[in-house]
Design a protein around this ligand. Sequence first.
Ligand code: SAM
Length: 398
Amino acid sequence: MAGYAQQFRQLDDVLSRNKAFWQFMPFAEKDCVWLQTHPEMCAWLNSLNEQQLEELNADSDKLVAALSCWIPDAAVLHQLSLCQPLASMDIDVPYGLNTGIPGRKWTQINAFNAALPRLQLPWLEWCAGKGYLGRILAATHDMPVTSLEWQQQLCVDGEASAKQLKLPIHFVQADAFDESSDPHIQSKQHAVALHACGDLHVSLLQRVVERQGAAVSVSPCCYHLIRSEIYQPLSYTAKQSTISLNKHDLRLPLQETVTAGKRIRRQRFLEVSFRLGFDSLQRHLLDNDEYLPVPNVHKALLNEGFVAFCLWAAEKKNIELRPNIDFEYWQQEGERRHGIIERMELVRQLFRRPLEMWLVLDRVCYLEQSNYDVSLGTFCDKPVTPRNILIHAERKDS
Ligand SMILES: C[S@@+](CC[C@H](N)C(=O)[O-])C[C@H]1O[C@@H](n2cnc3c(N)ncnc32)[C@H](O)[C@@H]1O
């Protein structure tokens, strides 16, 4: 039991000590932020070509080995954030159950189901979508399912599929945050939430605890989708931490570098470097060294070039562009900053899974402190979904 709290404290300690490597906004910086403290690391980062960057981003062991000489905690961080696969059962799934479910989702929900203990309790599926998970739970556990979902159309579609498949699933159209959803959380019940974003799964955990639910299993995602500006720790253990996380910090666990095709990579390069070039230009024009966010842009505008982008952005931000601006210079400045950001993000990658584990362990400690036995592990491999962590808790006295 003390195991998870201890793991949290160790992780917390190492993450706090290394804040300077992950807790900042690379996008707002004009130069590598470690130039003074770690000039050799900056020189090494600078020397990396695109292929090397890609290789290091894709291979966490390689990244740990490469950065360990400047970030001595890299290996221990990696060790502390390992998450073992949960035991999984072979479950016979009736034929035809997957109708209309996309292939990867089907693999995900099968794996999620296979990792859940069979407690012979009715199910509550929180933020159910079309109730794909509920479908497999109803079909393989012989227990009724209540699927709570906000979007009316998803409820209608889910209900129709359940009827067609003759499964005991009842949809409830409701706002998970609203008090009126409370009665759907009951003590003799196994509540589940697969990828209910941020506060949605947190609110389930809190209300299961309040209502003394027998069991709850969640796979957390979208940690940044919270209603407060700053992350509110759940456990006593995390409340003692000196780490305070804003929404930007909370995005880090989701920032997986996916290898995209050439066209997408090119478009991304254009957009990011144009934004950064415009940012540097506006700082110069307004004589104010602060990052200025610009709204979403139609991708077609990027094909019209940097000058067109600046004219659009200046209009959106009410900034007057003087005559004789050297746009070529500012475009190059944007490209330079793009390269620096990619390299700073490489270092931040080292902290991605550790920060996710910090958040996950906060949930685990909260449940332990609330009289639950908790198990924690992955329910599928990362290619199936990078949000592959499952927290399962059973109330001790139920
Ligand atoms: C990422 S999807 C996950 C759906 C499903 N659990 C799955 O894994 O396929 C999150 C779901 O939460 C629902 N949702 C969002 N806000 C909600 C709220 N306040 N109350 C209930 N459901 C909500 C969305 O409509 C969406 O269907």
